[in-house]
Design a protein around this ligand. Structure first.
Ligand code: BYC
Length: 472
């Protein structure tokens, strides 16, 4: 079904045929806008931003580019098309028709997953709300705004499901999504990484590379859900998510490029003296964001994850392409865990290890960007390699949380770890340095801050000096 933009809430779910639901969402809409005004991109309400807006929920030709004032962005409800023959691909309900309504016994489980997913979306907007003040270019400013608007729409996607399928409980949960706030000591966001700060653009690019990539893997698993409206919501969200990860990967790459250019030109490692970010600091930020994002996959051994799978509410990454029985009751899975204070390899029941399996898929994907970043360094003839830290490094969730482990995987005493921490994670001084490079925003079209290289291409093939944001 095509998207109806004539409605107050654009949608492709025939919202006007359900007056009660439409009214309920129209009541939530002003609260969302108030939240956007208070906690969305700071001071941006009057800017004209060159944004893409979805015009169709299919994979090709879905976006339309044009200048939009962000509070007027057409947030709406867009689900990927329905396959009337879709069956559940795994678990106890394998082979049964996908559910169009929520099965009673799965109600609280599904609601909880949808709320956890929904909670991350406004959280990330809150985390990024001040970045516009220090944007390194109009191109980057436009990109953070695009990401923010789409995260806002992802919130709409989950709020629609809560309102449409979970009655009063769902409406209450939708309210709560606007009441918890990132870093709020009394009402924090649900997952750890979404209460961290995103105070500078290196953090932002690392966040969109590593944390949005968790989004990709979680959304892909929920896109396998037996609850078809959730699966279809996530399929469309995944299309939007790809741009966010591109922003992260290319952003880090441009910083690395600039650093390498300066190292070569001035024949020095000391690029801080030249106002750029040294490779060692980039590695520390990478260590932080990777380890915090690994926590988002949950415990290595998780009965929750086993239950989600067996019940058919959350599958594996690309479930239907995996060749096995899709039931997993007899299967084993090899993983690293902790025994007697040491990291040991063990075979555990595959069902219990589904979080770890998804984390493996994620780690493999993360490594690809590093290959590209390292190619920039190698092409400059510089002897340095960015590395993903060991998965046990700096963890708060799961078996490794109890161990002190270095980035190369050595287990050590807490005292030894603390003595080395400043080599592995950004120190207050590193953060102060990176912050000192930020801002004020570079607003001249085609100009870039000193610490980052220009992008290779413009958005929607626009020229290098394109005016992506007009301030009015
Ligand atoms: N922080 O059995 P376990 C995105 C809790 S990002 C705090 O392993 P499970 C985006 C857990 O809730 C994707 N608590 O849990 C990116 C559980 O609590 P209870 C977001 C945590 O359920 C960028 C307990 O520990 N989507 O879209 O298997 C920008 C036991 O753990 C954490 C989703 O996450 C943590 N890191 O796995 C914008 C998908 N980890 O039961 C957006 C939906 C675990 O003891 N969520 N706990 O009270 C899920 O699938 C699961 O909830 C999780 C956790 C994978 C997160």
């Amino acid at each position: 079904m095509s998207i109806d933009y004539s409605q107050r809430i654009p949608n492709n779910v025939d919202l006007s045929s359900d007056r009660r639901l439409q009214r309920a969402l129209e009541n939530w809409q002003p609260r969302f806008l108030d939240w956007w005004k208070d906690l969305g991109p700071d001071g941006s309400a009057n800017f004209d931003v060159y944004l893409r807006t979805a015009i169709s929920a299919e994979a090709n030709g879905w976006a339309n580019f044009g200048y939009v004032k962000m509070p007027e962005y057409r947030w709406g409800i867009f689900l990927a098309g329905r396959d009337p023959n879709r069956v559940i691909a795994y678990g106890d309900n394998k082979g049964k028709a996908a559910w169009q309504e929520v099965p009673g016994e799965l109600r609280s489980t599904l609601r909880r997953l949808i709320v956890t997913q929904g909670d991350t979306e406004p959280a990330s907007v809150e985390q990024q709300r001040l970045l516009g003040k220090t944007a390194p270019s109009l191109y980057d400013l436009r990109n953070v705004f695009q990401v923010n608007c789409e995260e806002g729409r992802h919130l709409w996607a989950m709020v629609y499901l809560l309102h449409a399928y979970f009655g009063r409980d769902g409406r209450e949960e939708a309210e709560m999504l606007l009441e918890r706030h990132s870093g709020d000591p009394d009402k924090p966001r649900i997952l750890g990484a979404f209460n961290e700060k995103t105070p500078d653009w290196l953090s932002f690019f690392m966040f969109t590379y590593f944390t949005d990539r968790d989004g990709k893997y979680q959304l892909a698993s929920l896109a396998e859900s037996g609850f078809d409206p959730l699966a279809r919501s996530c399929r469309f969200m995944l299309i939007e998510e790809a741009h966010h990860m591109f922003v992260g990967e290319s952003g880090v790459q441009r910083i690395v490029q600039r650093t390498c250019d300066l190292m070569k030109e001035h024949k020095t490692d000391d690029v801080r003296a030249l106002g750029a970010i040294d490779l060692a600091t980039i590695q520390k930020y990478l260590n932080f964001h990777f380890s915090v994002s690994l926590d988002l996959f949950g415990q290595e051994a998780s009965t929750n994850a086993a239950n989600y799978y067996t019940m058919g509410v959350k599958g594996r990454y690309l479930e239907t392409r995996i060749e096995d029985d899709h039931v997993l009751t007899d299967a084993g899975f090899d993983l690293d865990t902790v025994e007697g204070g040491r990291i040991v390899r063990k075979t555990v029941p595959a069902l219990a290890a589904l979080n770890e399996r998804l984390r493996n898929d994620y780690v493999e994907d993360c490594a690809k960007g590093l290959l590209r970043w390292n190619k920039v360094i190698a092409d400059a003839g510089i002897d340095f390699e960015l590395k993903l830290p060991h998965r046990a490094f700096n963890r708060r969730i799961g078996a490794f949380a109890e161990l002190c482990v270095s980035p190369d995987g050595s287990v050590m005493s807490e005292a030894e770890w603390k003595a080395n921490e400043s080599k592995w994670l950004p120190t207050a001084e590193d953060r102060a340095y990176v912050t000192s490079l930020m801002g004020p925003a570079v607003v001249e079209p085609g100009r870039y801050a000193n610490w980052i290289a220009p992008p290779q291409h413009g958005i929607n093939r626009q020229p290098a000096n394109f005016e992506y944001v007009r301030f009015n």
